[in-house]
Design a protein around this ligand. Structure first.
Ligand code: HEM
Ligand code: SF4
Ligand code: SF4
Length: 344
């Protein structure tokens, strides 16, 4: 029996107008089961159930009439997904939709012609709130961040404390939670304990891990900093073989620069792909290759500087292996010179 499922690329940031929605379901009413999944976990629109003779027709109508592409599937780049970012959200530290669109166009071949060991996903979150869960569900996650200080408006802080502005932008306001308690609801919940309040709010920004909690709670008083860019993490995946895995930090901070067509981001992506296509086993996600060969091998291949932020935990392997190029003079040595300093 035929029962094909069709993946359709979602509009960037999942912005629809009703015309597009109607046109999509019209195609599917006519040519498929009418059942859709808006959206599949990966972000795609999923059309469930049609027969083989309809496939070319559906493809033609989607791409020519609606200008919507098929989504990625198989061992290739999957449909990239992005939060709605700067189109609506003041937290966005870079233009997620623009970067997602640019990379989608740039990597059309990788999206439609499977050449990888396994699937590969990009996801773009404009800030660490992670509305598309990039850190958990993409092989390369681009998460907006800032490297200067959180901007504090002390008057607005006082207005929150005095009950003039509703905390959490008024979310959960349907119930009486009592008066806003800045100590309990903000200061004590900062995961790195770097906020204090004594009539004035102080943040020790060096210790801040950009969790967004204080900003989410008092958005009119606290704003993300001005020096914005993204952190890039690698290797997240769902449970199939080795169990689930979150992304590991590969680049703590990278500018997201439209003016040079995102060249530094593309260089990084291509370095990482080259390495994975060379080293990865068939059906091995890059996160598994990374674990098998070590984070150091990935960092090396990516061509990014080594940084203390990449260290997740103290090492548990007692051996240190040096490469000839890491050692001054390589492996060549003058035995007589050596014996001068190390007598038998
Ligand atoms: C016959 C159809 C499908 C098969 C056999 C299949 C198979 C798989 C497998 C084996 C995994 C786990 C891989 C891993 O992450 O290590 C997975 C994950 C996933 N699949 Fe599918 N899939 C199918 C259809 C779909 C569809 C239609 C969508 C959405 C449009 C989808 C979205 C996802 C997502 C979001 C994940 C989680 C990936 C992650 O978090 O890393 N899949 N799928
Ligand atoms: S991830 Fe951050 S920037 Fe993007 S929509 Fe969510 S809160 Fe806004
Ligand atoms: S963003 Fe998080 S870690 Fe940073 S100061 Fe606010 S609550 Fe603390």
């Amino acid at each position: 029996a035929h029962f094909h499922t069709v993946r359709v690329a979602q509009p960037n940031g999942k912005w629809y107008n009703t015309e597009l929605l109607r046109n999509l379901v019209d195609i599917w009413d006519l040519r498929g089961s009418g059942l859709t999944n808006m959206h599949g976990a990966t972000g795609d629109i999923v059309f469930l159930g049609t027969t083989t003779p309809q496939l070319e027709e559906i493809f033609w109508e989607l791409t020519h009439d609606l200008e919507i592409d098929l989504g990625g599937s198989g061992s290739n780049l999957r449909t990239p997904a992005t939060c709605l970012g700067m189109s609506r959200c003041e937290y966005a530290c870079y233009d997620t939709q623009e970067l997602c669109y640019n990379l989608t166009q740039e990597y059309q071949d990788e999206l439609h012609r499977p050449a990888f060991p396994y699937k590969f996903k990009f996801k773009f979150d404009g800030c660490p709130n992670g509305c598309v869960a990039a850190i958990a569900r993409s092989d390369l996650s681009f998460i907006g961040t800032w490297r200067d200080e959180i901007k504090v408006d002390q008057e607005a802080v006082a207005a929150y404390v005095g009950g003039e502005i509703a905390p959490n932008a008024g979310a959960h306001a349907g119930r009486d939670w009592g008066a806003f308690d800045i100590q309990k609801e903000v200061v004590d919940l900062c995961p790195s304990k770097c906020i204090s309040y004594d009539g004035k709010l102080t943040i020790d920004n060096k210790e801040c891990v950009r969790c967004m909690h204080c900003i989410n709670t008092m958005p009119r008083a606290l704003k993300v900093g001005d020096e914005r860019g993204c952190s890039i993490l690698c290797g997240a995946k769902a449970p199939i073989l080795d169990g689930p895995q979150m992304g590991s930090l590969l680049v703590p901070f990278m500018e997201v620069n439209k003016d040079d067509d995102y060249q530094s981001i593309k260089d990084l992506i291509e370095n990482v792909w080259d390495w994975w296509m060379e080293e990865g086993k068939n059906r091995e996600r890059i996160g598994e290759t990374m674990k098998r060969l070590g984070m150091a091998a990935l960092i090396d291949a990516a061509g990014v500087p080594v940084d203390a932020h990449q260290v997740q935990e103290p090492r548990h392997n007692p051996y240190i292996f040096w490469k000839a190029e890491d050692v001054e003079g390589g492996w060549e040595r003058d035995i007589n010179d050596f014996r001068k300093r190390h007598q038998r």
